[in-house]
Structure formats: C-alpha cells, structure tokens
Design a protein around this ligand. Structure first.
Ligand code: HEC
Length: 170
C-alpha cells in the first residue's frame, strides 16, 4: 500500500517514492531515539520552521480542514462514499510523505519532537480507519472515529500550535 500525495492524482515518481521511504526511515529512527517529553505550553512548531516548510504545513492544514468539513457534511447525509474519499485523502496527505526535498525533511525533523511526528502519524492512521469504516458502510463507527479525528486536531493544536490558536492557552 504505497501512500501518495492526495493533491497529486498521478502516481509517485520512483524518486519521490524513495524520498518517502527515506522519510519514514528517518522518522522511525527519530521516534525510536527520542524520549517522550513532558507537556509545555510553548512548544509551537510553526515559527521554528523554515518559511517554505512552514508554508507546506499550513497548506496541508488548510486542505485537511476542507476535507474534514466535507466529511462532516457527508456524515450527516449518510454519504459513505464521500466520507471514504475525503478521509482517504487526509490519510494520503501525510506531511512527511509530501514532495519535500531531503533538506526540507531534515529541517522539519530538526524542529519537530518525536511526539509531534507520532501525533501526525496517529492522526493520519485515524483517517485511514475512518475511510475503512466508510467503505464498510459502518455509519455509527464513522461518527465515533470522526469524534476522535476532532480530538486529534485539537490535541495537537493545543500542544504545538498555541501560537496560532491562543484559545488553547490557559
Ligand atoms: C500533529 C499535529 C497536528 C494535527 C494532528 C493537526 N494539526 Fe492543524 N496545525 C498544526 C500546527 C503545528 C499548525 C500551526 C503551524 C504554524 O504555526 O505555522 C496547524 C495549523 C492549522 C490550521 C491553520 C492554517 C492556517 O493557514 O492558518 C488549520 C486550519 C488546521 N491546522 C486545521 C487542522 C485540522 C482540521 C486538523 C484535524 C482534522 C488538524 N489541523 C490536525 C498541527 C496539527
């Protein structure tokens, strides 16, 4: 099951695919090495990123919000096929599998703690589970998983994006 960028309908080039594999290897290694750090209020990731990498993250977030809104609309209409398509699109947009150069990747990993990488990975896996429930026509399960998706968005923002969302600051 080869992930591909959801804004790109063509299959990944071999070069890009190898970058994605490298990214996963790097992330896996980082996650294995770094201990889980305790929560801090000032862990904002965005301002630490090089502008082009931050722009990629924000672009993905805007697209993820759009997909999430369409999923809510489809959930209340019982349109399983739309839920499946949009949730799969979120899954496939995994930021670390985008067309980042190796240098971009290094810049992100230099700034992002292992927990952030893990939250991002778990979030995209959740989206895959939602797509699966939709393909299986399990509507109550879809609504349950959608609630978990919202938890994942807010949980990561409260921890790593309070710079942008001060409503999470206490
Ligand atoms: C793993 C962490 C993580 C998850 C999960 C996550 N986000 Fe974000 N999001 C961020 C970070 C970090 C920023 C702020 C980046 C910055 O400061 O430049 C952000 C910013 C945003 C923005 C602002 C974009 C802009 O251009 O101002 C939106 C909208 C957004 N996220 C939506 C979502 C939605 C919707 C979900 C869930 C469906 C979600 N995010 C899940 C980390 C996450």
């Amino acid at each position: 099951m080869e992930p591909r960028h959801w804004r790109d309908n063509s299959l990944q080039s071999p070069k890009r695919r190898s970058n994605a594999v490298l990214a996963l290897a790097l992330v896996g290694g980082l996650a294995a090495m770094a201990p889980t750090s305790p929560a801090h209020a000032d862990d904002a990731i965005g301002p630490l990123l090089p502008p082009n990498v931050r722009a990629m993250l924000l672009e993905e977030m805007a697209a993820v919000l759009g997909a999430t809104q369409m999923i809510l609309d489809a959930l209340v209409r019982g349109e399983d096929a739309v839920v499946a398509e949009k949730a799969q699109a979120i899954h496939d947009s995994f930021i670390l599998e985008q067309q980042m150069t190796d240098a971009d990747m290094q810049a992100l990993l230099a700034v992002a703690p292992a927990e952030f990488v893990e939250l991002d990975r778990a979030f995209h896996e959740l989206a895959a589970s939602l797509a699966e429930a939709a393909r299986a026509g399990e509507q109550a399960r879809q609504r349950e998983l959608f609630g978990e998706v919202v938890e994942a968005c807010a949980g990561c923002h409260a921890r790593y994006a309070a710079n942008l969302f001060p409503g999470f600051t206490r």
